[in-house]
Ligand binder design. Structure first.
Ligand code: HEC
Ligand code: HEC
Ligand code: HEC
Length: 371
């Protein structure tokens, strides 16, 4: 009788539940209220200077390892990673985008990042602890609550793989070999820092880009270079490599680096290797287009006397052009006016057209653009 009346006094959502469920609900509510009161009291110390308790530290790294291992199962198969074009590009980005936090062979991380909690770990031998897919997951998505950032452009997996390719080489690099890979041979420490930063990847008056996945900027119209940099800075052209670099430049710096590269003569570089047939098919496509598939002649927009805001392609790296055409074909940069001109054309190109036109253009002597 008394048991019955105490049940009747229960609030409607708990009435009729088995006793152990009722106890569980009451305990959970107690924990939630206690947790709220603790948070409200301000007794928890958020100071990064204090570190975590050892047990919390252990729990966090246990959670992180298992989360990465599980989520990495959904990462697609990597492209071949022993490709020097990928490794050099990854090294060039690592030097600006990762070394300030993680350090690099012969370089300390910056002092502020050493005071972060958790402190960014030394990643020299991280590739011995994580698989290729796990590294990809970490670099693409970052790690919540730790300061490890996600990749700026979530639709550029190709760029994330460049970082993974580099991390795999890192255990074998001493300070000197690291510097050569990231900055090129004999970088001049007293050079203007902005141009020196670009030159590590794009080359300069004496040097071509060292990775064929990086575009040649030499002799491009300044107006095109400037509008490409503005598009990265405004987030309408997607590249996790170039967006952070372009947002660091003021409008004046953009105008002057664009003018610097526009003045440079085409760099000398090894002759590209493409089959004669492929280059001949490319030549026809460039000169005549293919009216049956609504493809206009490429030369009308990319030749010597096209609009100043359009890129010149003669002497451009074939691997870069083919990669960019595949991205445009997949609809990257849908919000950019410049890419909106090129996207429907890229969609009409077959994979073979892309290889052929890129092979032809890369072998063509670059005509220096003149206003
Ligand atoms: C703002 C600082 C910061 C930057 C920039 C940064 N990281 Fe990190 N990274 C961290 C922190 C902090 C951790 C530790 C996360 C943890 O303990 O769970 C971390 C963890 C990692 C790990 C896992 C290391 C291990 O062995 O467990 C890898 C790999 C990594 N970062 C690679 C990179 C790469 C590649 C870049 C550049 C694209 C980069 N990070 C940029 C702060 C940074
Ligand atoms: C870590 C290597 C790296 C560095 C450093 C770098 N770039 Fe780039 N840059 C790239 C890559 C890779 C691309 C192609 C990105 C894409 O797919 O859109 C690119 C694209 C560009 C483009 C577009 C060119 C075109 O033909 O479409 C411009 C302009 C450019 N970079 C200018 C600069 C300037 C100026 C600097 C220095 C302030 C710089 N870059 C530093 C790697 C780099
Ligand atoms: C109607 C003008 C037009 C025609 C015709 C045209 N393009 Fe383009 N193309 C552009 C514009 C504009 C861009 C710049 C897109 C951007 O900046 O995002 C571009 C970009 C490119 C790029 C990237 C270059 C770089 O440096 O980033 C390649 C490669 C390219 N086009 C190849 C071709 C090929 C191959 C053809 C012929 C099948 C062709 N284009 C026909 C206007 C055109």
């Amino acid at each position: 009788m008394s048991a019955r009346s105490s049940r009747d006094r229960l609030t409607p959502p708990l009435r009729g539940l088995p006793p152990f469920v009722r106890h569980f609900v009451v305990a959970a509510a107690g924990v939630a209220i206690g947790g709220f009161l603790f948070a409200w009291s301000g007794l928890f110390n958020v100071a990064a200077s204090r570190g975590h308790f050892a047990a919390v530290e252990l729990a966090l790294s246990f959670i992180m390892r298992n989360s990465v291992e599980t989520h990495a199962l959904a990462v697609p198969a990597p492209p071949p990673l022993d490709n020097p074009d990928l490794t050099i590009l990854g090294a060039g980005y690592f030097q600006r985008g990762c070394a300030p936090c993680h350090g690099a062979p012969g370089q300390q991380p910056n002092a502020a990042s050493r005071a972060m909690l958790p402190t960014p770990p030394d990643v020299t031998d991280t590739s011995t602890r994580w698989s290729d897919r796990e590294l990809f997951f970490i670099v693409k998505h970052g790690i919540k609550y730790t300061g490890m950032p996600a990749w700026t452009s979530q639709d550029r997996d190709d760029e994330v793989w460049a970082l993974v390719a580099f991390l795999k080489q890192l255990p074998d690099l001493d300070a000197r070999r690291y510097e050569t890979l990231a900055l090129g041979a004999d970088p001049d420490p007293l050079r203007d820092t902005i141009i020196a930063g670009c030159a590590a990847c794009h080359g300069d008056a004496d040097r071509a880009p060292r990775s064929r996945l990086v575009p040649v900027l030499h002799g491009q119209p300044a107006a095109f270079l400037q509008s490409a940099l503005q598009a990265y800075a405004n987030g309408i052209r997607h590249s996790g490599i170039m967006q952070p670099i372009a947002t660091d430049l003021s409008d004046r710096a953009i105008a002057s680096v664009a003018a610097y590269y526009a003045r440079l003569a085409p760099p000398s570089r090894p002759a590209p290797s493409a089959s004669v047939e492929s280059a001949e098919r490319g030549r026809r496509l460039v000169a005549e287009g293919r009216p049956a598939d609504a493809i206009p002649p490429c030369a009308s927009c990319h030749g010597g006397n096209a609009l100043e805001t359009f890129p010149r392609l003669a002497g451009q790296n074939a691997a870069y052009m083919a990669a960019r055409l595949r991205l445009l074909k997949n609809g990257i940069d849908a919000n950019s006016d410049a890419a909106a001109v090129m996207t429907p054309i890229a969609r009409a190109l077959s994979d073979r057209d892309i290889e052929d036109a890129s092979a032809y253009y890369s072998a063509l002597a670059p005509a220096r653009w003149r206003p």
